[in-house]
Design a protein around this ligand. Structure first.
Ligand code: GLC
Length: 736
């Protein structure tokens, strides 16, 4: 078994500088690019083996065949939007550790995960692969994911830095985004992954940011990533991303993937020989690469890279727990949990063929997959008759999509009619609809939130035939829910991995409480969404015109209705957030504020609750003249609790200066502009704020702490005075 023999690397750490000193220029340059799609260059004479890298966020794919698919099977954990719905770092760490164990089984030492881009727009193809619309939740779960992976002796790779939230023209488009939005939203999960998670690798994005490719961008990769955040690991490109030798050599890039080399390798050696790149820059790259590999023991690995993936019980258990903890009960008139039923009609294409993951580089070949139909038959089988009707087909390829479209309504009418009749004759109908890895995939964005094919019609007609209908949405990102108010219960189960069916059955029959909470707002209409009109971009640009007001920040600032709010999720029991206490009524400049929250299970069943804490600055949601726009409130703390009936507990959340801070930019033009104004008659508006130094600032004032069960269900608001100050916070201030 090639499982993790030790998470702690060999004590015989190599003397990296001595190794570098023995290398030729060509050998050093060769190490800065892959030798093939999945391996780094080996230098046998110096005992440096190739290091294998593997995707991805929901499974260790290992070597791939010609169709880019796994050669050997993998444990398939829930996709990241499902992990985001768990709101539970421990659950996420256990799941990512299972993926890392499988990576080691496949002789891989670098896992290309987690993906921490944000759910900026519901139609982005890779939302399933990312945790949330909120950067704080994304960052905290990324830290947990990284911890689970690196403890197994595998390097985690946080990706894709940055503003990679569109598939359309992803290799050329430029994400146009202001500095405050960059810092407070899109860079924050990466900052947390580095400063809290000590992630050892980072992957740059395909897209440009404000006109420049990130691998060439010294400001991102040297000034911010290494200079401000203290990143000590290695930086790699995305696969075949655009790279230029000299800028990338100076810009902090270490590894060009995949091989064979194009901009690095021999081209970099030539640039050094021709004096265009200082050899010291090359030595820095080689040093970072080798030190990082050596830290996890990869330099002591054998040269041959066998694959012997194990289907471990503990990995199955971690996958099932994560899938169950992710399931969000959106509505329930009491039909759930199921009990005492003579006949259940299981309906829908995804009941038999569930979407366990999204499409693209995150795909793996699961060891197995359990469908909702199989699992419900097993769970309900004794004493309950279970009938199945697909009702309609869900295309799994372009060819099928074309065939379905051209076949027209007639083809599905018969199938829908059968399903409607089955629902009519049953005590309860369970309709499992959604998307799959064809409709939600890397490389393509969706064009509508509507469920593909005839699924919405199927759901509405089934509900009309049997009001005791439970609708289960099996998607990675938001879909239109026109039937939300008509279903007896509505459940979002995400792309739940190989154990999706068992986890869903556990929740539907009440063996597990629905413990998930929405990591993303479910909008009523696509036209209400923050990026509407600025997605997927045009003329080579994606304008992040919504700025800071992305996700729930948008809907709250504009008082727009939503279908279901960020953080929402019901339980089979009931909870009360009884009291909130702060360790002080005033937060001094570099202090820490503890917030104790008393929670009690007031119902008759065990269940889970997610306590959420949002910070509301004075004047939040507006931008007074001369002031700065601040979202009305932002998530800055959360904790998941599991309580038996009548049980109570107190959770402690910690806030620090960054919990109250906003990023401000240096207004370098202001002094020049002032000088042009001259004389008393042109004094600038009093009170206007033009800072001479960029950084994180805390304005003094009275802030509100909103504590509740979702962004829209706040149980308590307490006030705290925050000292703040005119100077930016020290760079050492904890980010999350
Ligand atoms: C890609 C993806 C990246 C993945 C890499 C290797 O195109 O953007 O996430 O890790 O290729 O498959």
């Amino acid at each position: 078994m090639t499982g993790p023999d030790k998470a702690v690397p060999d004590s015989s750490a190599r003397d990296i500088d001595e190794l570098i000193g023995r290398m030729t220029l060509d050998e050093k340059a060769a190490l800065t690019a892959g030798v093939d799609a999945w391996h780094t260059f080996a230098i046998e004479r110096l005992g440096i083996p190739p290091v294998r890298l593997t995707d991805g966020p929901n499974g260790a794919r290992g070597a791939t065949g010609p169709d880019y698919l796994s050669v050997t099977p993998s444990v398939c954990i829930p996709s990241a939007s499902a992990l985001g719905a768990t709101w539970d770092p421990d659950v996420v760490s256990a799941a990512s550790a299972a993926v890392a164990r499988q990576a080691r089984d496949k002789s891989a030492r670098v896992l290309l995960a987690p993906t921490v881009n944000l759910h900026r727009h519901p139609l982005w193809g890779r939302n399933f692969e990312c945790f949330s619309e909120d950067p704080f939740l994304s960052g905290k779960l990324a830290v947990a994911f990284i911890s689970g992976v690196q403890a197994q002796g595998v390097i985690a790779t946080v990706k894709h830095l940055v503003c990679n939230e569109t598939e359309f023209e992803r290799r050329t488009s430029s994400s146009e985004v202001d500095e405050r939005t960059l810092r407070e939203l899109y860079l924050l999960p990466f900052e947390m992954a580095v400063r809290e998670g000590d992630v050892l690798a980072l992957m740059t994005s395909y897209n440009r940011v404000n006109g420049r490719y990130v691998p060439d961008n010294e400001r991102f990769l040297s000034e911010i990533l290494r200079g401000e955040w203290g990143f000590r690991g290695l930086v790699m490109t995305d696969w075949s991303a655009g790279v230029t030798t000299i800028e990338a050599a100076r810009g902090g890039l270490d590894l060009e993937m995949p091989g064979p080399a194009r901009a690095f390798g021999p081209a970099l050696a030539r640039a050094v020989r021709e004096g265009e790149v200082d050899e010291a820059h090359l030595d820095d790259k080689v040093r970072r690469l080798l030190r990082t590999f050596d830290e996890i023991g990869a330099l002591a690995d054998p040269v041959d890279k066998s694959e012997a993936p194990l289907d471990r019980p503990e990995d199955r258990a971690a996958a099932r727990r994560a899938a169950s903890e992710a399931i969000v009960l959106l509505t329930n008139d009491g039909v759930l949990p199921l009990s005492g039923l003579a006949k259940v009609a299981v309906i829908g294409p995804n009941a038999e063929l569930p979407a366990v993951m999204g499409g693209g580089s995150a795909r793996v070949k699961p060891h197995y997959s359990v469908s909702p139909l199989e699992a419900l038959r097993q769970r309900l089988g004794f004493g309950t008759e279970v009938v199945f009707e697909a009702g309609c087909a869900l295309a799994t390829s372009a060819a099928e999509a074309g065939a379905t479209a051209s076949a027209g309504a007639g083809a599905s009418e018969h199938a829908i009619a059968r399903a409607v009749e089955a629902a009519r004759q049953a005590d309860v109908a369970i309709v499992v609809v959604g998307t799959n890895d064809y409709w939600e995939s890397e490389g393509v964005d969706r064009e509508t939130m509507d469920l593909p094919g005839a699924q919405s019609e199927l759901v509405e007609r089934v509900i009309a035939a049997n009001p005791r209908s439970v609708v289960v949405v099996n998607s990675g990102a938001p879909v239109s829910l026109p039937f939300a108010d008509d279903a007896a219960a509505l459940v979002q189960c995400w792309f739940g991995g190989q154990e999706l069916g068992n986890a869903l059955a556990d929740v539907l029959v009440g063996d597990a409480d629905p413990a998930g909470r929405l990591p993303v707002t479910l909008p009523e209409r696509i036209e209400h969404t923050p990026a509407f009109g600025n997605f997927p971009g045009e003329s080579g640009q994606v304008r992040y015109g919504e700025g800071l007001l992305m996700g729930y920040r948008w809907y709250e600032a504009r008082h727009l209705p939503v279908r279901f709010p960020f953080g929402h999720g019901l339980s089979y029991t009931s909870f009360q957030i009884k009291a909130v206490r702060t360790s002080a009524s005033r937060l001094v400049r570099d202090g820490v504020l503890s917030v104790d929250v008393d929670v009690v299970n007031t119902g008759k069943r065990p269940g889970s609750e997610v306590v959420q804490l949002y910070v509301a600055p004075p004047g939040g949601g507006t931008a007074p003249p001369g002031g700065r726009l601040r979202p009305a409130k932002q998530l800055k703390g959360f904790a998941k609790v599991r309580l038996g009936p009548g049980e109570a507990t107190t959770v402690r959340l910690e806030l620090s200066a960054r919990s109250f801070a906003y990023y401000d930019v240096e207004d370098a033009a202001w002094p020049v502009l002032l000088s042009r104004l001259g004389g008393p008659h042109h004094d600038p508006e009093t009170g206007a704020l033009h800072r001479s130094k960029a950084g994180w600032y805390v304005d003094p004032g009275t802030y509100q702490l909103h504590v509740g069960r979702s962004s829209a269900d706040i149980a308590h608001i307490v006030e705290v005075d925050v000292e703040g100050g005119p100077e930016p916070l020290p760079a050492t201030e904890r980010p999350g």
